[in-house]
Design a protein around this ligand. Structure first.
Ligand SMILES: Cc1cc2nc3c(=O)[nH]c(=O)nc-3n(C[C@H](O)[C@H](O)[C@H](O)COP(=O)(O)OP(=O)(O)OC[C@H]3O[C@@H](n4cnc5c(N)ncnc54)[C@H](O)[C@@H]3O)c2cc1C
Length: 298
């Protein structure tokens, strides 16, 4: 609205619906109300101890002031930050026109993978963590009832429909985030890299969930945010770790293959170097072999 892209005729305040707020431990895992703030999530002792990736992601998004106000539901549903989309001076493909200005224009913050129609990148740090945790969201409509959608399926790929960002219908609210209990031996982490240390969205971010059997990684989930229009997993990086011990070598190999097949635009080839480092360092952080990177943002 502030960018002049949407001019709704009616606004509904959902902030005072108490049933949509709070963090609840269940037998299956966690249920988080969409009105829970990013600060409440990152400060929560259970999330800090068992869902570290989510505490990291919510604790390093935006700024302390914003995290105290921003809801996790709003964070998941925020629209892309592409400066052409965000400017009312540009009528781009995501506003129903037929042109993308980023392909031939300024594209240093844009996608390096899985773009064809629009190379804007997934903006939500929380989504990178929640995809790693195999979370889903509950969507509720007064007329049609509730449905459950996985985090990846929540987002519409612009190639499928450039003007739709999520599968939420106009009569639906996001009413819960459901996170399964991590398997025994799970360790996780998230790190975000920015152009500056704080106050900005990621130019590269990585989420890592490692299910460990002693020193050996039984299963890994590697997620990436600012690489593609929709938050993604890297099957190549995951395969590079599965069944192996976590060492500098295996972590570096996983980071390297995370950008396999990437096709940078004119201004963002630096991401081909940045993402492997983000993935490598976040794997070692998750494995407890490295402290949080002082050059990470947030
Ligand atoms: C300077 C700056 C830096 C930032 N850096 C980051 C960053 O690094 N990482 C990151 O992830 N984010 C970042 N953000 C984004 C920020 O975290 C989001 O703007 C914030 O989380 C939005 O939360 P909100 O509660 O204000 O949502 P709103 O802005 O109120 O909502 C966003 C959208 O979701 C809809 N919505 C909200 N809740 C529901 C619901 N329950 N059901 C259906 N629809 C709903 C709203 O109608 C709206 O369309 C940054 C923002 C700023 C200003």
């Amino acid at each position: 609205m502030k960018d002049g892209i949407e001019q709704p005729t009616r606004l509904v305040n959902i902030r005072n619906i108490s049933g949509l707020h709070g963090i609840r431990e269940t037998e299956q895992g966690l249920t988080i109300g969409p009105l829970t703030t990013l600060a409440e999530i990152s400060d929560h002792p259970l999330i800090q101890s068992q869902y570290q990736i989510l505490a990291d992601a919510c604790g390093h998004a935006a700024t302390p002031h914003i995290r105290n106000m921003a809801t996790v539901g709003g964070n998941l549903l925020q629209r892309v930050q592409c400066w052409y989309y965000r400017s009312s001076d540009f009528q781009c493909i995501r506003k129903g026109k037929d042109l993308c200005f980023a392909f031939d224009g300024l594209n240093q913050y844009h996608a390096i993978m899985e773009y064809a129609t629009c190379p804007s990148v997934a903006p939500s740090s929380a989504a990178v963590a929640l995809l790693g945790l195999n979370a889903s969201v509950e969507l509720s409509s007064a007329k049609r009832g509730k449905r459950t959608v996985g985090i990846r399926e929540l987002y519409v790929v612009p190639d499928a429909n450039p003007t739709k960002f999520t599968v939420i219908e106009p009569d639906e609210l996001l009413t819960a985030i459901v996170i399964p209990k991590p398997a025994p031996g799970t360790r996780s982490a998230y790190q975000k890299y920015g152009e500056k240390e704080s106050f900005d969205w990621a130019i590269a971010d990585a989420g890592v969930v490692l299910e460990m059997d002693g020193d050996v990684c039984r299963r890994a989930v590697i997620t990436m945010g600012a690489a593609s229009p929709v938050v993604r997993r890297s099957p190549q990086a995951e395969a590079a770790l599965a069944g192996k011990p976590i060492t500098q070598e295996t972590a570096r190999a996983a980071g390297k293959v995370a950008v396999e097949g990437a096709q940078p635009l004119s201004g963002n080839a630096y991401k081909l170097d940045l993402f492997p480092v983000a993935v490598y360092r976040t794997i070692l952080l998750a494995a407890g072999q490295r402290d949080r990177d002082p050059s990470a943002a947030g």
